[in-house]
Design a protein around this ligand. Structure first.
Ligand code: SF4
Length: 380
């Protein structure tokens, strides 16, 4: 795109830019179950789910969530275990815990009604400037801006703004521009339009500028270097981790389906409170937790330590968390049911029927391990 072939509509007003974006949004917005519903709680849930997760993935989870927790009250009164179960597989589990905690605040301090103002919304657990702006503008029609990755990209390109967009001075500048731009009549639609534009047209690579309703205002395009903005910031390298996981299973003496042994993770830290196949983490070349785990397994399963041992190696699974890259060796451990069954701490250990495995609050990593186990068992 040559510079000369592009001219900005220098005299065109901000109102025209708003009109252009809204008209495009009216015509091309994607259907989503949380759009056009008069339910601030649904807007809130969808906005939290959409953080770091694709729309197509969120839709199914959103429906399940709204069926199980249709109101703020129902969410606030549910055990956190149920909340994590519904969230299971969506990742970034802190989001679910925040929602649960914030629902209690809404019930206790705001009479069960989500507040309309950004300043009050920000008092809720897990509600940052983006989520507060989204709820205020989309659910309540407040003239408030919002900035996410898509909005950042559109604004940086519109104004040919260079520099690291995550730096606080640039963040302030981007928020100020978003505030200037937001439509006073239809703030929610305008904000959603900007995000939709960033997602569908002003993509990180190969933006579809000829189809963009804002091309006449876009300095990045006029300069012929839209893709230069915003500056791409190198992410910190993910910390490598190694682990070993034991898929312990049994068939009850009385008959019936296979059962898997799950252990609950500690209440703090990575994947807090979720259930997993028992596992241990390596530190350097040593495995400090493996002896303790093996001993615990022998108590829980009632089998001798030697029987449990390390099990049969099945292969390796890789999983990426936000800042960590984990490689897990997977072992198959088949045990026999004990009679009488050993006493176990049910808050920490659970035998789960095969058919119920997908209903327990686990991470996506457990799903990957289960898949590998199934493939290898089918082969053997
Ligand atoms: Fe993005 Fe191109 Fe539209 Fe500018 S013209 S906002 S670069 S899609």
């Amino acid at each position: 795109m040559s510079k000369k072939s592009r001219t900005m509509k220098s005299k065109t007003s901000r109102e025209d830019l708003r009109k252009a974006l809204l008209s495009w949004f009216d015509q091309f917005q994607r259907e989503m179950p949380w759009r056009h519903v008069d339910n601030p709680y649904a807007v809130w849930v969808s906005e939290v789910m959409l953080q770091q997760t694709r729309v197509t993935t969120v839709v199914e989870y959103f429906h399940r969530w709204m069926e199980r927790f249709p109101t703020v009250e129902s969410l606030a009164s549910a055990p956190v275990e149920d909340v994590l179960e519904i969230w299971s597989g969506l990742g970034y589990y802190r989001r679910a815990r925040h929602l649960h905690r914030a629902a209690a605040t809404v019930v206790d301090e705001f009479g069960g009604e989500l507040p309309r103002e950004v300043s009050k919304l920000r008092k809720l657990s897990g509600v940052g400037p983006y989520t507060a702006g989204a709820i205020a503008s989309i659910a309540f029609g407040q003239v408030e801006p919002l900035v996410d990755g898509n909005v950042t990209r559109v604004i940086c390109r519109l104004y040919a703004r260079g520099g690291d967009p995550t730096r606080s001075t640039n963040q302030k500048w981007i928020w100020a521009k978003a505030k200037e731009l937001v439509d006073p009549e239809r703030p929610g639609d305008f904000n959603q339009g900007l995000m939709e534009l960033g997602s569908e047209i002003c993509r990180a690579r190969n933006p579809k500028c000829p189809k963009c309703p804002l091309q006449g205002w876009c300095k990045g395009l006029a300069d012929g270097e839209a893709e230069r903005y915003p500056e791409v910031v190198k992410k910190a390298p993910q910390k490598p981790m190694r682990g070993a996981t034991f898929v312990v299973h049994r068939r009850p003496e009385r008959g019936g389906g296979r059962q898997f042994l799950l252990r609950r993770r500690p209440a703090q830290g990575l994947l807090a409170g979720l259930w997993e196949f028992p596992s241990a983490e390596a530190q350097g070349k040593s495995w400090p937790g493996i002896g303790e785990l093996s001993a615990e397994l022998s108590v829980v399963t009632g089998a001798a330590v030697d029987e449990v041992g390390l099990g049969r190696p099945l292969g390796q699974v890789e999983h990426v968390f936000s800042h960590r890259r984990l490689k897990v060796r997977v072992y198959d451990v088949e045990t026999s049911p004990q009679s009488p069954p050993p006493q176990t701490d049910e808050q920490k250990w659970r035998w789960v029927e095969e058919a119920q495995l997908s209903e327990v609050a686990t991470s996506a990593l457990v799903g990957k391990i289960e898949q590998l186990w199934r493939v290898k068992i089918a082969e053997s």
